[in-house]
Design a binder for this molecule. Sequence first.
Ligand code: NAG
Length: 361
Amino acid sequence: MARTLTDRPITCNWGILTAILLAVSLQIFLFSSSSPGVLQIPPPSSVLPAPSNGRLQEVIKLGEGLLKQPEDVAVDRTGVVYTATRDGWIKRLLRNGTWESWRQIESTSLLGLTITTDGAVVVCDAEQGLLEVSEEGVRVLVSHVDGAQIRFADDVVGSSDGTLYFSVASAKHSYGDWPRDMVEDKPHGQLLTYDPSSNVASVLLEDLGFANGVALSANEDYVVVCETWKYRCLKYWVKGDVKGQTEILIDNLPGAPDNVKLAPDGSFWIALLEIVPNRLRFVCGSRAFKYLIRGIPKLGHWVVGAYNRAMVVNVGSDGKIIRGFDDPTGKVMAFVTSALEFEGHLYLGSLHTDFVGKLPL
Ligand SMILES: *[C@@H]1O[C@H](CO)[C@@H](O)[C@H](O)[C@H]1NC(C)=O
């Protein structure tokens, strides 16, 4: 996610405390009851997979020290694993165990990436749109939709016919401004598609609560798109009689979903962020707090507990949680944003590590 929930952990300092006091005072003295808002924060989940198992503390650290906040991971047909880092590198793990610094892009906001059928890497850049990275170099693949610049491309997946599906976390706010999106009364996330034959991008879904991870089902008949602020992931049908319809794959997740990936058995791995639900509810229910966060977005970081925790869940195509792994204290892995299953292992991306975690399944 909010991959942008990045940078550094927020320590509770006097500035924040003062701001909270100010918000509470404003709330009491200036405004009447809390604003209803449109953002519906779900109740605490009843579907926690299991008690904490600490399995994410057992990861092998790949490329430790070489990878600055590797938010997402992808694997190509030959088994080479790719990631995009905060310093603008696309780095890849060759089959012989060596990390190669492959291509550098002038960007601090590279997010989700995927490998197309013809072997190119397509990566989301939260400033420019979708970039295509290949042996020939880097080019902007998609930068506009309906005449407007795409600002906060977040994750992308490709189908076997070359069509791309990608998310725009917020059509209104930029990468560093995610707290402002959180306190909007109306969600601004989108699911888009790009047709390489016509070179045109179009919007499939709007009004998503921070559109984050995207994945295609095993038959490529629906796209899963995760809504971080809503603790849920949707299914958007792209084939068959129900084409164009949307339903919920899973809601009430035990964390705020970030990236989602298809597993070899047709289920999905979803990385969950600790966005503290009570704080999120409080912030979004308080007109005064919303007003403050619009002015000082950094205050919104208060809702993020992801630096002290990590969790991933495996969800069946029927929307049932099959299993989950966590690091309850963030001792080894915190802020896990991505989980890719490949050859019996999970590869875990994070906005708070300098390595990719590898966990035997
Ligand atoms: C792995 O392969 C790369 C590219 O062929 C090579 O540069 C590197 O030295 C190899 N590493 C090892 C440990 O063999």
